[in-house]
Design a binder for this molecule. Sequence first.
Ligand code: COA
Length: 169
Amino acid sequence: MQIRNETATDKAAIRRITEAAFAGAGHASGTESAIVDALREAGTLTLSLVAEDGGEVVGHVAFSPVAIGEGAPESLGGWFGLGPVSVRPDRQRKGIGAALIREGLSRLRGQGAGGCVVMGDPDYYLRFGFGHDPDLRFEGVPPEYFMRLVLKGRGPAGAVTYQPAFYET
Ligand SMILES: CC(C)(COP(=O)(O)OP(=O)(O)OC[C@H]1O[C@@H](n2cnc3c(N)ncnc32)[C@H](O)[C@@H]1OP(=O)(O)O)[C@@H](O)C(=O)NCCC(=O)NCCS
């Protein structure tokens, strides 16, 4: 299996995998694949990685800039939101999601990012070093389901805002 940047020819496969993965997820909004498309169109898909196996795309992860408090992403040294992340249902629980997330976080660290936030199941994300920080708020989500990973410097404080694609899609 190989983790690589998305290319223009991956768009349809990413859409299919995202729809299939979230179709079975209780917390899904049904807009996840449209969010990925909207991020790409807006030029805010900072990192879009696919997992390819045997010539087929079997997983995908997106990272996009977030704003925290009054701070624009750049002024914070770059904070990013992880997600959506999707693995084809017949390939889940085989380490593909973890490989995508680890590669994405390693690339963010390599480019000097301040950190990353994620909304999701703590049982899953704690293994990557994410943890809840009472100084970071995200409206409408139980606190323990909103986590952050500091990659550089001190963690910022305030309310977190994702890209418009997450709210307008
Ligand atoms: C979440 C997802 C990306 C994980 O990818 P994956 O390749 O299946 O996961 P990994 O193989 O890296 O990790 C497997 C382990 O993660 C845990 N895990 C996987 N999905 C989980 C979930 N939704 N909640 C809690 N734990 C989860 C399990 O402990 C599993 O270990 P096990 O096989 O011993 O039970 C994938 O399951 C998926 O596409 N789910 C549907 C879409 C979704 O919910 N995306 C995340 C939104 S926050």
